[in-house]
Design a protein around this ligand. Structure first.
Ligand code: ATP
Ligand code: MG
Length: 329
């Protein structure tokens, strides 16, 4: 019996359907792929997949719960639905630092509006008003404000002064917002990390309109820069335990600074990433999913950070930290 890979996806078509074909081609009869097909599952039934690639459960809790069932019965689910449910960008900053990847100065804001069903007393542990002067002094303007569990550029604000900051905070409703120093970058890269082993670095210009952001005519990325970017991507994906992820790195004074690196269902649309990037993503995703089907890994709760963080934090000076982590296990 061949091993079976299921693709779980939403509205996207170019990537998952091409991936089914590519896995069936590379799998050479030992591994086959198909779009997942599930109705109303029984809790005690074993789903018929050895591996599932999840591109959509962030929007559809029904799928997230089914994926946890898959894990329970031994299916390799990419990315891990348990960790994905727990993860957010603020925690990611701590994980990044613990494996020697630079991140912007970052703070967390209590929600501007009270979430439905809460009262003023629900916040009795919160010290208020906040010391805005101290916050602005620490971060310096401009400040980026974005949801700690955000994605898809939703509710991201760039604030140039205290007035803009307050206006953005007012607009943030009951979201939990993270605030960061703005990195004034010379170059910007969006990097695919697949199977915690393969890295593909794409020049990316976030200041361009959406369809022009992937830069196709930039200078080559090589030498020390290439090595450093690769190391940071693998360190982040290893620490976070993501097999399918993109990492955005902004260059400031020759140092890559991680801006957005928890993207477990990153954009892979052919028309968006461009033909060359699409071909790389397709080929390498097929390779690592086939490998996962043939060589299953034991279930893990998350990535390597529980081991790496405490010792890095307590025992190393910042300069020593930058050499830590980066395992590709
Ligand atoms: N600290 C920062 N310094 C400089 N630029 C930033 C910073 N934070 C965010 N940005 C800019 O805002 C953009 C959107 O932010 P971010 O990527 O964190 O949000 P997102 O909602 O996860 O977006 P997406 O998932 O679509 O990439 C980034 O691509 C970057 O251009
Ligand atoms: Mg981003």
């Amino acid at each position: 019996m061949p091993k079976k890979v299921g693709l779980l996806f939403g509205m996207e078509r170019s990537f998952p359907l091409a991936l089914v074909e590519e896995i069936n081609r590379q799998g050479a009869g030992k591994v086959v792929a198909e779009p997942v097909n599930t109705a109303s599952p029984r809790f005690d039934a074993k789903p018929p997949y050895d591996v599932v690639l999840d591109r959509i459960s962030q929007d559809i809790p029904f799928y997230r719960y089914w994926l946890k069932q898959c894990c329970f019965h031994g299916t390799q689910v990419v990315n891990n639905p348990f960790w994905w449910s727990a993860d957010e960008k603020y925690f990611g900053c701590m994980v990044a630092e613990s494996v020697g990847v630079a991140v912007p100065k970052t703070m967390l804001l209590p929600p501007f509006e009270r979430p439905e069903g809460t009262e003023a007393e629900s916040f009795s542990n919160l010290s208020y008003p906040l010391n805005w002067e101290e916050i602005f002094d620490h971060l310096g303007f401009p400040i980026f404000m974005k949801p700690a569990d955000g994605g898809g550029w939703r509710d991201v604000f760039k604030c140039d002064n205290p007035d803009e900051f307050m206006a953005a905070y007012h607009k943030s409703r009951d979201l939990t917002m993270m605030i960061q120093e703005a990195i004034d970058f010379t170059d910007y890269f969006r990097c695919y990390g697949l199977g915690r082993e393969h890295v593909h670095i794409m020049r990316y210009d976030p200041l361009q309109p959406h369809h022009k952001r992937y830069v196709t005519d930039g200078p080559p990325i090589e030498g020390e820069l290439l090595e450093k970017l690769r190391r940071d991507v693998l360190a982040l994906c290893g620490a976070l335990g993501y097999d399918f992820n993109t990492v955005e790195l902004a260059m400031r004074d020759g140092v890559p600074i991680a801006i957005d690196f928890t993207n477990p269902a990153p954009d892979a649309e052919r028309s968006s990433v461009g033909e060359e990037n699409f071909a790389w993503i397709l080929d390498h995703t097929a390779k690592f999913l086939i490998d996962r089907a043939l060589n299953p890994r034991p279930f893990e709760v998350t990535g390597e950070w529980p081991q790496s963080a405490p010792c890095a934090r307590l025992n190393s000076a910042p300069s020593a930290r930058s050499g830590a982590g980066g395992s590709t296990a």
